[in-house]
Design a protein around this ligand. Sequence first.
Ligand code: HEC
Length: 266
Amino acid sequence: MMMTRIFAAALAAAGLTAAASALEGDAHAPKDHEWHHEGPFGTFDRQAVQRGFQVFQEVCASCHSMDLLRFRNLGQRGGPFESEEYPNPNDNPVVMQIAAGYQIEDGPNDDGDMFMRDGLPSDAWPAPFDNEQQARASNGGAYPPDLTLIVKARSGGADYLYSLLTGYTDPPEDSHLAPGQYYNEYFEGGAIAMAPPLVEGIVTYDDGTEATVEQMAEDVVTFLTWAGDPHMEARKQMGVMVLIYLFIFAILVYLAYRQVWKNVKH
Ligand code: HEC
């Protein structure tokens, strides 16, 4: 009796999942990954955000833009290179060094010409392509979306991105992939125009962490979650303070109530 009930429940759950994935164009439901920043008290794993920045910089940034990120954001409170010594991220030597590694177009100068100079902390993260047409031309017609808000822009958020980056497999027999398409069961339709960006050891981590595909995916998604929501930690802290305040307030109200009704016979 018990067993049949469990079985029925399992079937119902499976049926629902199938129906749900049919609604989403057959894409697999994302893996349920555990994140350091999950839940009302979750904070960003600072090391992971730093490693994730490295993955983004060395791998993803050659195709994807990050329009809302400025170099100085990397050194701001809560950022990957936050430093107590340099509360002003414009003075943060790590940030200055990263920025100086890029050539930025500036101008016009007194002759009316544009010129290139080393990047400054106040500069925006440089996009890999000049415009959408150029980006498409370099990617077989597909457009690599801007990654600043991608975690918020996709249903499933961090779990979806993690699943996508770790979800490349050999295509099933009956799939028809056009040239330049790759099979990924987490992508709507299954055929994605992004070649698997992560391969084991494509980056070398300074802190000795082994650069497996799963590790790099977790790190870069943690970085992208931070980039799309840099004030998450402050917001959660505020939430906790509000709860403490409400709790104390409730006690005071209760005591006041007791005081007011003290002499009234019930
Ligand atoms: C060689 C170029 C290239 C690199 C490198 C690359 N991507 Fe992409 N990416 C693309 C293209 C092209 C698309 C669009 C795919 C499509 O629409 O089929 C895309 C799409 C995406 C999407 C959107 C998927 C969706 O649901 O629409 C995400 C997220 C993404 N890439 C993340 C990353 C991350 C993270 C990295 C670095 C680890 C990375 N990409 C590296 C070319 C690239």
